[in-house]
Design a binder for this molecule. Structure first.
Ligand code: B12
Ligand code: SF4
Length: 471
């Protein structure tokens, strides 16, 4: 049976890689993961000992350059083929033109990767398998995706030791879980539009979930083997199905009883849901507010709830002892300085506990990106490949007041926690104070992280030191 080695640089578990490895292992293939930031210089020596047939890369937009670099190294040091998957190459299959990318498997890949490894074992050509993008004699060949699996319980509980052999992933404050896949919304800036296009799906077939029993089993198994202080459900909208929560959360409280975080959509936070979450031991709910300005949120980001709905959702969660994390994006196409400050103000009014704040990163192919291009705020020849910037540094858009908005971003936490400071921020951001902005951002982001994660000061310092290079 084939041996597949996943390599990535970031020091945390990737739920997609966990799911793939659990499924492939259950079918008899050998799967290993090596994390560069944990292995350091020993990475390729360890890889050689594993003797992989293929090296796999789980690509994410803005981390894609790291995947290319590691793939070049893999080919040079191991002399084996490279297979890419994950959201980046799924929506940018042109990545196959890179010399170091041998094969791309688009979309959810449990079945197609299994078919690929099976065909390797039989010594057969993979070129006609579903979801495959590859190149032959200078020609790019791309096949339609394998249909989505509707029964997620078909996939076995992943073997987390492929990651938790590393002490700082094992001991990290959050452990990541997915109870379901898919989102029914269509926000203008989000990858979900591209996901739907890939599968040509309009309805609810996109939404799939593990049964409550299977999810409890996975959590219990993890808790019995490793330290679990907090966990996060990374489903796009964890609260999508109140009936599922009614069954799952009481069992979770009884059998798992670990504080957790989850993602929610404002319109779906009702009194019943907030109560259930509070009773289940939910520590914080992450809500994508994006912008506190109605024009920007509705017309540029495609999220059509009102400010009042957001305030009500935050109140309900607070009423049941659940903290609120709001995801905010500053510097969206056409956003002015005052509109950016509206976002700070709304976080303050809602008493958001952990405001998260990034700068808008254009994703070519999305509606928000098209708005930026239509206004001439983004170079027309800008492609997703060039994107190297993190969401914390500078904006790529060339639009009025963008420098001031970038500086509001650095003061975001202070404004959201001390609204009386917002008029001062409005004045200060006219001046270029150089690294002072960065320093304020780093300190306040650190404070935010400690609060939300519950990490000890020492752990938070270690975590920040490891992740500073992503700034
Ligand atoms: C969990 C999560 C995280 C986690 C874990 C990241 C990870 N690499 O898995 C954390 C919180 C750390 C994170 C961070 C970031 N994330 Co994130 N994250 C998610 C989230 C919510 C769920 C991902 C998931 O586990 N899905 C479930 C699994 C089953 O699906 P999957 O990961 O896509 O994997 C399947 C396929 O893609 C494929 N596959 C995956 N890997 C591979 C590898 C091979 C070889 C093959 C063949 C197939 C394959 O098979 C898998 C199983 O079917 C998604 C949104 C979403 N709903 O997908 C965003 C998402 C993946 N994140 C995104 C981004 C941009 C980021 C950040 C860059 C944010 C930032 N600016 O800092 C960082 C990057 C960190 C990093 N180094 O990876 C974007 C990616 C956009 C894109 N087009 O690439 C997404 C889609 C969110 C969005 N709305 O746009 N993220
Ligand atoms: S609700 Fe969230 S996951 Fe769903 S489309 Fe909008 S931004 Fe994407």
């Amino acid at each position: 049976m084939a041996t597949l080695l996943f390599v990535h640089d970031s020091p945390f578990e990737y739920p997609g890689v966990l799911s793939l490895s659990g499924y492939l292992q259950s079918k008899g293939h050998t799967v290993e993961v090596l994390v560069e930031s944990c292995e350091g210089a020993a990475l390729w020596d360890k890889a050689r000992e594993i003797k992989p047939d293929w090296v796999g890369f789980s690509s994410i937009f803005s981390r894609h350059h790291q995947c290319y670099r590691l793939a070049r190294e893999a080919r040079e040091k191991l002399g084996v083929g490279t297979v890419f998957g994950g959201p980046y190459v799924s929506y940018f299959p042109q990545a196959i033109q890179h010399e170091e990318v041998d094969v791309i498997i688009r979309g959810e890949a449990e079945e197609s990767l299994l078919l690929f490894l099976d065909s390797h074992d039989r010594g057969e050509d993979y070129v006609s398998l579903p979801s495959i993008v590859t190149k032959r004699n200078g020609q790019v060949l791309a096949n339609p995706p394998h249909p989505l699996e509707s029964n997620l319980d078909k996939y076995p509980i992943p073997n987390r030791s492929i990651y938790y052999k590393y002490s700082h992933i094992r001991n990290a404050y959050h452990k990541q879980f997915m109870s379901g896949r898919g989102c029914p919304y269509n926000c203008y800036f989000c990858f979900n539009q591209e996901f739907r296009k890939l599968y040509d799906i309009k309805g609810k077939e996109l939404l799939r979930r593990h049964s409550p029993e299977r999810m409890i089993e996975e959590l219990a198994q993890c808790k019995s083997r490793w330290p679990v202080k907090r966990l996060v459900f990374n489903d796009d909208i964890f609260i999508l199905d109140p009936a599922w929560l009614e069954v799952f959360l009481p069992r979770y409280k009884k059998e798992i009883n670990v504080p957790f975080g989850c993602q929610a959509r404002v319109e779906m936070v009702t009194d019943r849901i907030a109560r259930l979450l509070g009773m289940g031991g939910c520590h914080h709910v992450m809500i994508g507010l994006e912008s506190g300005n109605t024009r920007v949120r509705h017309q540029i980001m495609g999220k059509t709830f009102s400010n009042e709905q957001f305030l009500r959702a935050a109140d309900l969660l607070h009423k049941y002892g659940v903290k609120v994390t709001a995801y905010n994006i500053l510097g969206c196409p056409t956003e002015t300085l005052d509109e950016a400050l509206d976002t700070v103000r709304l976080n303050a009014r809602a008493k958001v506990d952990y405001p998260w704040f990034g700068l808008y990163n254009p994703h070519p192919g999305t509606q928000t990106d098209a708005i930026a291009r239509a206004h001439g705020y983004l170079d027309s020849n800008f492609t997703v490949e060039e994107q190297r910037r993190s969401v914390f540094g500078r904006s790529l858009l060339k639009q009025p007041q963008i420098r001031e908005v970038e500086r509001v971003h650095k003061f975001f936490y202070l404004g959201a926690k001390m609204p009386w400071f917002i008029p001062v921020i409005r004045r200060v951001v006219r001046y270029n104070l150089g690294p002072i902005y960065t320093l304020i951002f780093l300190i306040t982001y650190f404070i935010r992280y400690v609060g939300e994660s519950g990490a000890s000061l020492w752990q938070a310092i270690l975590f920040s030191a490891r992740n500073l290079k992503h700034y």
